[in-house]
Design a protein around this ligand. Structure first.
Ligand SMILES: [Fe+2]
Ligand SMILES: [Fe+2]
Length: 313
């Protein structure tokens, strides 16, 4: 590709909201190796320090039958799975940020993406260290997450890379991080997740700001493809959150447990709550069309459409 097509000659930072996020990002850099005390011991029974009602099988017959050792094993696998998926997602975010840094048109958006690359590198470092040093188990990417990340990374439309990563995946990840910050009783985990959550809030805001502009100018034919992408992505993430891969390594039937999780009211409440940031953001971007609305109704998350946007970044 010719240099003229890759590079802009316009060096004005034209977008005030993005410039503010760029300034915040520069001021908020932190160091995984120096700012976090990795010698901290975590509770072997519950490394993330999360209360049991945040587990997908809490309150099911299986959970009620488990003894203390069995419950400890479930916590360990559920947390190792979640952190492994987050780690894979962080690496994908790093790749997407690099793509945005090299292809965004405006310099303000490009500089935001450049700081995001460093943020995502830091997150990969932090979660890799957490999984490798504090857990004895790790998991490959779930099949559903892999499909969504593949579509997001390889899309030839830059806005769809942005939409898949900054809005869908980051929106879901941000809600998970907020839950950990809110419920974890472990100060080390709370601190680590709060730091990462602050970085992610900026990425989510950058995605929302750039995409609101792009979609307000897009034709209805082009928007149809984005509606489809959001609908499929949301359904995939809702399924992904069932964590079906953790049961076989513990000696349980994958099918029976997968069904138990899907039948559980606790599990539905947890999974639904993870969509609380995503739904109002999709509304704000003008993508809550009848097609997307149907999907959100099927997932039972449409109630979040009335929620205000969380603008803290
Ligand atoms: Fe990240
Ligand atoms: Fe991010």
């Amino acid at each position: 590709m010719p240099v003229d097509a890759l590079m802009s000659t316009d060096y004005e930072l034209r977008e005030l909201a993005l410039n503010n996020l760029y300034e915040k990002a520069k001021a908020a850099q932190w160091d995984v190796a120096k700012d976090i005390d990795w010698s901290t011991e975590l509770d072997a029974d519950n490394p993330l320090g999360m209360p049991d009602p945040t587990l997908l099988i809490y309150g099911t017959q299986l959970w009620d039958k488990l003894d203390a050792a069995g419950r400890r094993e479930v916590r360990h696998h559920a947390q190792a799975w979640l952190l492994s998926q987050i780690l894979h997602g962080e690496q994908a975010a790093l790749i997407c940020a690099a793509k945005l840094a090299s292809a965004e048109e405006g310099l303000s958006a490009r500089l935001c993406a450049a700081t995001q690359m460093m943020d995502e590198a830091r997150h990969v470092e932090a979660y890799a260290k957490l999984v490798n040093e504090k857990f004895s188990t790790s998991y490959p990417m779930s099949k559903s997450l892999k499909g969504l990340l593949e579509d997001t990374i390889t899309s030839t439309h830059l806005d769809m890379t942005n939409l898949g990563m900054q809005v869908l995946v980051e929106g879901i990840a941000l809600s998970i991080f907020q839950s950990v910050v809110a419920y974890s009783t472990d100060p080390f985990i709370k601190d680590l997740f709060s730091r990462i959550q602050r970085d992610e809030s900026r990425h989510f805001a950058v995605g929302r700001i750039t995409l609101c502009r792009v979609y307000s100018e897009m034709s209805s034919t082009e928007l149809k493809e984005r509606e489809e992408f959001v609908s499929e992505g949301a359904s995939v993430l809702y399924e992904h959150l069932c964590a079906d891969d953790i049961w076989e390594p513990m000696g349980f039937s994958k099918e029976a447990c997968a069904q138990m999780v899907r039948d559980s009211e606790v599990s539905s409440t947890i999974r639904r709550s993870i969509f609380r940031r995503l739904v109002p953001t999709i509304r704000e971007m003008g993508l809550l069309t009848p097609r997307v609305r149907r999907t959100f109704e099927q997932l039972d998350v449409i109630d979040y459409e009335v929620m205000p946007l969380s603008l803290n970044a």
